[in-house]
Ligand binder design. Structure first.
Ligand code: XIL
Length: 347
C-alpha cells in the first residue's frame, strides 16, 4: 500500500476531501483508489444539504448520501456530515406553511427538529462529526439575518445543537463558517461557544472553512482564531480548504454566493495552464498553511480539502463562472502538483 498524505499526517490530524455526486457515481479512472490512498476523512460536497435530501415536503432523496456512506465506510474513513442547518441550499418551502405564509417560531423549530431527527438519526453512530449550523454569523456584524434568525431568533443555533445531540449522541458537533479569522467574527463565535458551555448547549468543535487565496487572509489572524477557539474549549477543524490563484473578483471578502460578477478574460488569466512561478507560489503558500496547522496539531483535529482534483473545484465557478482555477493538490488528470510535494515534504 503506497503512502498517502493521510499516512504522513497520521500523528497530527485527519486529512479529508469533499466528494461530489459526479465523482461518487461516475468516478474517473483511479479516482476511488486515490481517495482511499490519500485521505482518511470524507465530506459530501452537496448531497447532504437540505435542498438535496429533502427538496419537497414529501420527498426525501437518500441515494447519494447512502452511497457516500458506503464508500467511506468501506475505507474506514472519518465521516463528516455537511450540513444540518444553513440559510443557503435550503428550499424556501422550509420556512413557509402550505399557504406560503411564514411559519411561526414554534412551527419552524418543529420542522428543524424533524429534519435533524431524520437526517442525523438515519446516520446515527456512522457520521462521526456533523456541521450542525453553517454560516450563522455575518462577518463582524453579529448574527446573519437569515430566515432561521428572523423567524426563530438567535437561539435557533442552540436548538439545532440540542436536537443534534439528541438524535446522534455519539457525533462530534461543530459550528462551521468562513472567514473565521476575521477578528469580529472570532470574538462573536468565541462568545457563542462560552455561552453554550455555560448553558449546557452541546458543542465539540468549530469548522474554519479555509477558502483562502494567494494573498489572503493574513496567516497571523487565522492563527489567533485557532488559538482562541481552542482556548474556548473546542476542537478546531479546517473543513473546506482550497487556495484560489485567480484575481480577486469580489468587492469584499465574504460576499454572498452570487452570479453578479461578470466573466471576463482578464479575470481568467490561466485558461491555458498555470505559469511555473504561480505554481511555485501556490506550493509555497500551501506549505505555509500546513506549517501553521502542524504548529497547532494539538488543537486541530482535521484538515479537509474542498475537493480532490482541480477540475472538480467550485472555485472554477465562484465567484465568477467559467474560470480555470487551480486550488487543490491534484491537477486535472489527478496527478500530484508541486503543492502536494510541498505539503508532503513537511513530514
Ligand atoms: C459549495 C459547493 O462546493 C458547490 O458545488 C455548490 O454549488 C455551492 O456550495 N461553504 C460551504 C459549502 O459550507 O457547502 C459550499 O459548497 C462552499 C462554501
Amino acid at each position: 500500500q503506497a503512502t498517502g498524505l493521510k499516512d504522513l499526517y497520521k500523528e497530527d490530524f485527519y486529512i479529508g476531501t469533499a466528494i461530489g455526486n459526479a465523482r461518487l457515481t461516475n468516478p474517473p479512472a483511479g479516482f476511488n483508489e486515490l481517495v482511499a490512498r490519500e485521505f482518511n476523512a470524507m465530506t459530501m460536497e452537496n448531497d447532504m444539504k437540505w435542498e438535496r435530501l429533502h427538496p419537497e415536503p414529501n420527498r426525501w432523496v437518500w441515494d447519494y448520501a447512502d452511497q457516500f456512506m458506503a464508500f467511506g465506510e468501506k475505507h474506514g474513513m472519518f465521516m463528516v456530515g455537511h450540513v444540518l442547518v444553513w440559510h443557503s441550499q435550503t428550499p424556501s418551502w422550509v420556512f413557509n406553511d402550505a399557504d406560503g405564509k411564514p411559519l411561526s417560531r414554534d412551527a419552524l423549530l418543529a420542522r428543524m427538529k424533524d429534519h435533524i431527527d431524520t437526517v442525523a438519526g438515519r446516520y446515527k453512530g456512522r457520521i462521526h462529526a456533523w456541521d450542525v449550523v453553517n454560516e450563522a454569523v455575518d462577518e463582524d456584524k453579529g448574527w446573519r439575518k437569515s430566515a432561521w434568525f428572523n423567524q426563530i431568533g438567535p437561539d435557533f443555533v442552540d436548538h439545532a445543537f440540542r436536537y443534534a445531540r439528541a438524535a446522534a449522541p455519539e457525533a462530534h458537533l461543530m459550528y462551521n463558517d468562513y472567514n473565521m479569522h476575521n477578528p469580529g467574527k472570532r470574538q462573536f463565535v468565541v462568545d457563542m461557544i462560552k455561552r453554550f458551555k455555560n448553558t449546557g448547549v452541546p458543542i465539540d468543535g468549530v469548522g474554519m472553512q479555509g477558502h483562502v487565496g494567494l494573498g489572503y487572509p493574513e496567516i497571523q489572524e487565522f492563527e489567533k482564531s485557532i488559538e482562541a477557539y481552542a482556548a474556548a474549549g473546542v476542537a478546531v477543524h479546517i473543513t473546506e480548504l482550497d487556495l484560489d490563484v485567480l484575481p480577486v473578483a469580489w468587492d469584499h471578502i465574504g460576499a454572498e454566493i452570487s452570479d453578479s460578477f461578470e466573466y471576463s478574460d482578464e479575470l481568467n488569466p490561466y485558461a491555458d495552464g498555470l505559469p511555473a512561478e504561480v505554481e511555485e507560489q501556490l506550493a509555497e503558500r500551501y506549505a505555509q498553511w500546513f506549517k501553521l496547522f502542524l504548529k497547532h496539531r494539538d488543537k486541530i483535529a482535521r484538515v479537509t480539502f474542498w475537493g480532490t482534483g482541480d477540475s472538480e473545484s467550485w472555485k472554477n465557478d465562484f465567484p465568477v463562472r467559467g474560470r480555470t482555477n487551480y486550488p487543490l493538490l491534484f491537477d486535472r488528470d489527478y496527478q500530484r502538483k508541486p503543492a502536494y510535494d510541498a505539503v508532503a515534504a513537511l513530514k
